[in-house]
Design a protein around this ligand. Sequence first.
Ligand code: ADP
Ligand code: MG
Length: 341
Amino acid sequence: MPIQLLSPQLANQIAAGEVVERPASVVKELLENSLDAGATKIEIDIEKGGHKRIRIKDNGSGIEKNELQLALSRHATSKITTLDDLEQILSLGFRGEALASISSVSRLTLTSRTQAQTEAWQAYCEGREMAVNIQPAAHPVGTTIDVADLFYNTPARRKFLRTEKTEFQHIEEVIKRIALSYPSVSFVLKHNDKVAKRFIADKEGSLTTRIGAVVGQKFIQNAVHIHAAYEGLQIDAWLGNEAMLRSSNDCQFSFVNGRGMRDKLIMHAIRQAYESVWAVIEQPSFVVYLTVDPKDVDVNVHPAKHEVRFQQGRLVHDFICKTVSDALHAMTDEASLTGMD
Ligand code: ADP
Ligand code: MG
């Protein structure tokens, strides 16, 4: 075969292989876009576990009519312009790939209105060349992205979709994680028109209220809260006690600069801290927020950004491990003291 350039659609579908694994990954990418656009209210409507439809509506900044086509193109982003920006990234997105990828493997429509516009516009992509059609629409300031029939044109991917129930559980996990890192944003999740989760921000956007809503009142009432800082690192954590050890790891949440992830180094540090107090064979419960200078952490390691690379991994590991184990030791000492009364 002669060498040929891939059609835009095929190139996007190949890229989609990395970012769009299942409906939950679409939800994650779209929510991150809404948050980057400054949304404070986000509605997520799911039909049939996301197999049939994923619709996300936000009240963020919206997209200008003349930028709709770009928003759907690959390698088009409003979030970085130089390599320097990449080295100190604060937004959740920066690859400019999500919308192009998702629209190449679904029927995606994008409806948006900015504050400066009096009407809304709707765009969708079609065909091998991914030509963008634009027409007027009705929509308040903000954006709705509707993703129907995910993987309809990539049967090999479609085969890997699990049951509606399983896919919806993955979506719920994504929403929980994101809701935990954005306590001042309200999220309403519906499945087949029924409300499944409702996390409404309180006036202060308080983390404790949000953790209580997402992880449970029992957890927030019994967990100890710690805050510590060292050499540009900061940790805020809510740590479950011995009574909150569980058989599964479903109550472990960690965030780096507002980005939820299951980073090996962080997980290891926390586990080691728990093991220094209790011979833990079960899973501890915790919500841990780490803040690091964006310059000291590389988020561009994984297309879906599930992992990060720390410039000073050892320092980060030991800082987490020490602060967490000190807090756990204090907790057990206190418990044994009250036990003696
Ligand atoms: P990235 O997030 O990496 O920039 P995306 O493909 O996810 O790439 O989005 C492309 C661009 O479309 C974004 O940079 C942003 O300007 C715009 N965009 C996408 N979703 C929204 C949204 N919900 N509100 C406002 N702008 C959006
Ligand atoms: Mg994005």
